[in-house]
Design a binder for this molecule. Sequence first.
Ligand code: SAM
Ligand code: DTB
Ligand code: SF4
Length: 308
Amino acid sequence: MTPKEVLALFELPFPELLYRAQTAHRAHFDPATVQLSTLLSVKTGGCPEDCAYCPQSRRYQTGVEDEALLPVDEVLAAARAAKENGATRFCMGAAWRGPKQADLEKFIPFVAAVKGLGLETCATLGMLKAGQAEQLRDAGLDFYNHNLDTSPEFYGDIITTRDYEDRLETLGRVRAAGIKVCCGGIVGMGESRRDRAALIAQLASLDPYPESVPINALVKVEGTPLFDAPALDELEFVRTIAAARITMPKAWVRLSAGREAMSESTQALCFLAGANSIFYGEKLLTTGNPQAARDRALFQRLGLIPLQ
Ligand code: SAM
Ligand code: DTB
Ligand code: SF4
């Protein structure tokens, strides 16, 4: 898929775009089923990177308190609570540029502990060096999340401490180790429609394309450079979801960060556009997410069924 071809999808009349997305969705999934993932920040704040959206960079004053790596019993307790609430997947994030070998060795027991509860596991720890993905695979990790975030052209406006190639290299290591790839991006950072199309084209051109594609709406955090980013039309977010579904029909397309500021009608449109997973539980990594009871009520109104 070229950026131009994806741009042509974005420019379709909205009903046509949604029809195509629904057709692709129904060919591979039950459109009434939505998967629930819960996030936990296992190591918070103090990150050396300069990602302009991120409240955990130590360069920005955002009020996020730095925390060392959590002990395994705290991770296990959070995973148990997530499962009791109905999540089937548990994603652990660490505010690292990438794990040092000693970090990785402390993180690895978390994977077996969470898997032991019968939850699917995902980790997002930053860039991986040679050999690290294999260690995570041997620990039983199901997915590794590492986002391209935006188009290659806009990327330099958002992050300067690592480049697009670094990201592709980590994704290649995850793929080569046989771990499922979770890779997506953020919408609403001041990028153009062309950038959104180019992001989707990049993701869809990974060979094979990611099994999991999180589409985040920027959560504007005071103190980050993107706090004042211009508001994006919510329908443009829906179009991005639809383009992801059409170009990566078998992937889990995740309506990820940003739901707290999004109307429930827009969220419903995202499900119509092929999103079939959400982050579930009151907190993302450091910012808020809708209350679980509120999401359960939304699912009831829409007749959606959480994946068991
Ligand atoms: N430090 C690791 C890394 O960057 O690869 C892992 C954690 S990082 C917080 C994971 C992803 O969260 C980022 O790649 C970005 O896509 C997303 N993210 C972070 N802050 C966000 C925000 N304010 N709004 C939306 N998504 C955000
Ligand atoms: C992803 O694409 N979104 C999640 C997960 N992968 C790790 C993170 C969203 C973070 C939102 C800002 C925060 O809570 O710190
Ligand atoms: Fe660090 Fe990840 Fe945040 Fe970038 S997105 S500042 S690498 S925690």
